[in-house]
Design a protein around this ligand. Structure first.
Ligand code: XMP
Length: 510
């Protein structure tokens, strides 16, 4: 595997993704992870990420200096490049010319990490500091007009530093460079393949769980579905799945997911219809945070009760969760929020109930989870669904929630999604949904004056939900969607398309 030491770069996950896409396992660790711990993992190479700090600042992050004594190849990127130069005896200064964006790199030494690249390459820079004196044993391998030591190398020890970012797509041959580092310098093995990963997870769960029983909560979303399917392969009917129907999920989702699981052999699936309870507790509640709290508490209460019922019948030891890699690994760019969001429903439970935790997806990125799902034979339609918030449709009905409004919203949302799928637009969008605005407006249908609700459509492009741009749905499709919603959904006479970015708006309405 390759270890990435994260100095707070917004690109650390991107580096890991690129390495994995090239077929090698990558793990992100904190920048100051002790060398002894790194050595235990026996990595083929170490990558020092970029970061927002300056090596010139006192107290700025440094790795354990022993990592340079392990005999393991090291590639420093941007801040990591400066760390190598400074820690090994060179000098870093504040650049006179701050380079941000695209630059032309002149490669003087087209060997090692630069083999197969041309003498001039377009690369992506984003840092102010520069190496001014090379450390002993290093040579300059590339430069730009404003940066003399844009790349340096000590091939004897396999230490490489590059001032630019090979992991971003703006660096034209960044992938080739990473490939060179992985396979020529580190001699890494190409064994990170989704089918192998899937088999390994099943084997691991099988040996960890032994003959014990496991309980898993099905949320209706992709991660818990894949996690449950994996565990089912490992332990069969010793897996007990609890699916709380809050009445706040997308139209048809409970039936679709439950019938898929049943068809695939799940005998111990308990769908708990708690929709009446949720609706009752949400009656008269208009404050978004209060709605979230009520839903969170009610969910845990219903889930806990269902588990206690199961515990009477089976000696359950493990609680499985669909936690994925970005939920666990904190960096500037990954969704700390996502971790918090999941914790809200899940994490409070095991502590209270004393279960051991099973997280079969904890090392995987979202698209790898989908890949595992495909390997397991799960349908694409279920795997490529958009993210969906825990409180569900409740945060898409502004203000108080009534049964009538829930009905209208879930219908309108289903029509919207169906039209996006039919037009081949659904998978181009990160998240799309309908929201119901609690105002009635005037319209006319035939000769009759109507007085009905307004539906707002939201479709956004995003990477992690932290920021988002509105998706440019073609006008003709928007028109088709609007007509379809008005035509098929009783109680709506106007459809709006939301063209606000996040920030300043959030993705959800509450
Ligand atoms: P916002 O509305 O904050 O949403 O821009 C960003 C992403 O997070 C999801 N989201 C939630 N997910 N529980 C969840 O599980 C929540 O309370 C929650 N609020 C927002 C939202 O769907 C979007 O993908």
């Amino acid at each position: 595997m390759i270890i990435i030491l994260n100095f707070g770069s917004q690109f650390a996950h991107l580096i890991a993704r690129r390495v994995r896409d090239l077929g090698v396992k990558a793990e992100i660790l904190l920048f100051d992870t002790p060398a002894s711990e790194i050595q235990k993992l026996n990595p083929a190479g170490i990558i020092l990420s970029g970061g927002p700090a300056s090596v010139l600042k006192k107290g700025s992050p440094r790795p354990d200096k022993v990592i340079f004594k392990l005999g393991i190849p090291v590639l420093g990127i941007c801040y990591g490049h400066q760390v190598i130069a400074q820690m090994l005896g060179g000098k870093v200064v504040k650049g006179t010319h701050r380079e941000f964006g695209k630059e032309i790199l002149s490669i003087q030494d087209r060997k090692d990490i630069f083999q197969g690249l041309t003498a001039k390459e377009a690369v992506w820079f984003s840092h102010g500091d520069q190496v001014s004196i090379l450390p002993k044993g290093f040579k300059k391998t590339a430069s730009t007009t404003g940066c003399k030591y844009a790349a340096l190398a000590d091939p004897k020890n396999n230490f490489y530093g590059i001032q630019f970012h090979p992991e971003v797509t703006h660096t034209q041959h960044g992938e080739k460079l990473l490939k060179n580092f992985l396979f020529f310098i580190c001699n890494a093995k190409k064994n990170w393949k989704i089918s192998t990963v899937t088999e390994n997870i099943i084997a691991k769960v099988t040996s960890e769980v032994g003959s014990k029983h496991v309980v898993v909560g099905i949320s209706g979303g992709v991660d818990s579905l894949v996690a449950a399917t994996l565990i089912y392969r490992a332990v069969g009917n010793r897996l007990h799945a609890v699916f709380v129907d809050t009445g706040l999920l997308r139209k048809g989702e409970v039936e679709q997911v439950a019938s898929y699981l049943r068809k695939n052999g799940f005998k111990q699936l308990h769908v708990i219809d708690a929709s009446k309870l949720f609706l009752k507790r949400l009656k008269g509640i208009t404050d978004p945070e209060q709605k979230r709290k009520i839903i969170g508490h009610s969910f845990i209460e219903v889930f806990e009760k269902a588990i206690k019922n199961e515990l009477k019948k089976h000696p359950i030891v493990y609680l499985a969760q669909g936690t994925i890699y970005p939920d666990r690994i904190e960096s500037a760019s990954t969704s700390k929020m996502a971790a918090k969001i999941k914790s809200h429903h899940n994490l409070a439970l095991p502590q209270k109930m004393g279960f051991k935790i099973l997280e079969p997806l904890k090392d995987l990125y979202k698209d790898e989870v989908r890949g595992v799902g495909l390997t397991l034979g799960l349908p694409r339609e279920l795997l490529w669904r958009h993210p969906f918030p825990g409180p569900g449709l409740a945060v898409r009905i502004v203000g108080e929630i009534t049964e009538e409004q829930l009905q209208i919203l879930s219908e309108a949302d289903a029509v919207f999604i169906e039209e996006l799928r039919k037009a081949g637009e659904y998978e181009k969008i990160w998240q799309a949904f309908a929201a119901l605005l609690p105002v009635k407006v005037v319209g006319v249908m035939g000769d009759i004056r109507t007085y009905e609700y307004v539906i707002a459509l939201r479709a956004v492009d995003s990477v992690d939900g932290m920021s988002a741009d509105w998706h440019k749905i073609p006008n003709e499709l928007l028109e088709k969607i609007s007509s379809a919603i008005i035509g098929k959904v009783r109680g709506v006479n106007r459809v709006l398309y939301d063209i606000t970015q996040k920030p300043p708006a959030t993705i959800e309405y509450e």
